[in-house]
Design a protein around this ligand. Structure first.
Ligand code: SF4
Ligand code: SF4
Length: 92
């Protein structure tokens, strides 16, 4: 079974409140490379041109923490989802 099919087996219980917060003022004033757009294994980050801000689809988060480490401007405030929310892994 390939990775995409394995990931499709995971279940998500989505909280109404995001566990990932982005400090947009830091993105705008300090960041040129936008590593967050490339490192997320689930491809959850995107740049919204109209709003001039980075957005993240937190509901699909795999809770790997990569984005927090990759953001070299400290613009991502990341915590695990509240109890009972988030990803449930199945078959690895
Ligand atoms: S890497 Fe960090 S600072 Fe740069 S755009 Fe992404 S969240 Fe913002
Ligand atoms: S923790 Fe991992 S899966 Fe979740 S948004 Fe960050 S990089 Fe993507």
């Amino acid at each position: 079974m390939d990775l995409d099919r394995k990931l499709a087996l995971d279940a998500f219980k989505t909280d109404s409140k995001s566990h990932i917060l982005i400090r947009h003022e830091l993105c705008r004033s300090r960041c040129t490379r936008r590593y967050c757009l490339y490192v997320c294994p689930a491809g959850l980050y995107r740049y919204d041109e109209q709003r001039d801000e980075i957005q993240v689809e937190y509901a699909g988060c795999l809770e790997c923490g990569t984005c927090r480490v990759a953001c070299d401007k400290g613009a991502i405030e990341w915590s695990y989802p509240r109890g009972a929310y988030g990803v449930q892994y199945r078959y690895g």
